[in-house]
Design a protein. Structure first.
Length: 279
């Protein structure tokens, strides 16, 4: 049972070469390490004057805003596939240097009583939105064994290649435009300008949202995939992969529930196979 996480599972398989598996264990298809994805993401925050001078009360203990907006649009009317959810943030966390997106930029800085009064007025007068969406797997996003670098035990490490396509860039552009419109509609001002096309509309780099998946993709055809629908490798019947590797693409939800659901299906399959002595 291999469940070392998406990339580490690829590393273990690729490093496990033998006469029977010259390209790495269970890698006859050559797809181990391929079709890596991460959740797409970008964030926009802003200052909303209508929220100034709030009634003071204790917000201690609340982490984040606990609001989640699922995908709500029809892709047929959009220029990108799939969708994203929105996480809302803001509130009155402990003030620190630069809180509120750099409060000094809004009220001009200062010291003493005036600064304290300004802080009270501006405290909590900001909101933000984080978009988290689905990436479409592509040939240009993969990991492979680095031919030169090893870890402290002398085991070769991975090196990564990453490519976003217009699917992801246009989705993130839509996030930016939506979040900026929401803040403006609230009478507020977004922090900073919208990132340009050259800056990928502010898309987080692959790996930054830490939802990496893929590398041992599931499929019916052993020539193009690593595991079958029970997460059993096509080439080694007693080797199973039960982590984020078998599914290369996730909906706009986070990955853990799917990892757990697939693991449960795999466990039940193994138990049944053992009962019938098929394994
Ligand atoms: C900070 C953070 C926040 C996140 N928040 C969310 C969230 O809110 N919701 C969500 O759905 N997902 C979230 N994720 C993503 C989620 O945690 C991962 O997608 C998920 O844990 C991946 O599961 P996995 O089984 O593939 O790998 P992992 O959970 O990484 O498990 C792999 C395990 O294998 C072990 N291992 C590795 N190599 C070896 C080896 N050679 N020998 C023995 N053991 C080994 C590792 O120590 C580890 O315990 C978050 C991730 C991070 C980092």
């Amino acid at each position: 049972m291999l469940a070392a996480s998406a990339c580490e599972t690829s590393r273990l398989l690729l490093n496990s070469k033998s006469a029977s598996f010259p390209n790495g264990l269970a890698n006859g298809s050559g797809t181990v390490g391929k079709y890596l994805t991460d959740t797409t993401g970008t964030d926009v925050g802003g200052f909303v004057p209508k929220m100034m001078d709030p009634v003071p009360h204790n917000h201690d203990g609340v982490g984040g805003m606990h609001v989640y907006m699922p995908w709500w649009l029809d892709n047929k009317k959009l220029d990108f596939p799939r969708g994203y959810h929105i996480e809302v943030w803001g509130g009155t966390g402990l003030p620190e240097a630069g809180f509120g997106g750099g409060i000094q930029d809004q009220q001009g800085g200062g010291y003493g009583k005036q600064l304290k009064n300004d802080y009270r007025r501006y405290y909590g007068a900001h909101v933000g939105f984080s978009g988290r969406g689905e990436m479409i797997p592509n040939d240009g996003s993969y990991c492979e064994i680095d031919p030169r670098v090893v870890d402290k035990w002398g085991i070769p490490v991975l090196r990564f290649h990453w490519k976003f396509t217009d699917h992801e860039y246009l989705q993130v552009k839509h996030m930016q435009e939506t979040f900026r419109a929401l803040i403006t509609e609230m009478g507020g001002t977004p922090w900073g300008n919208m990132p340009s096309k050259e800056d990928g509309y502010g898309i987080a780099a692959g790996g930054v949202i830490i939802h990496e998946l893929g590398g041992a993709r599931m499929g019916a055809d052993p020539k193009t995939s690593v595991v079958n629908s029970n997460c059993q490798t096509h080439e080694v019947k007693n080797l199973f992969v039960a982590d984020g590797s078998p599914f290369t693409s996730q909906a706009d939800k986070n990955p853990t529930w799917t990892i757990m659901a697939l693991s449960m299906r795999t466990s039940e399959y193994i138990a049944n196979q053992l009962k019938t002595r098929a394994l």
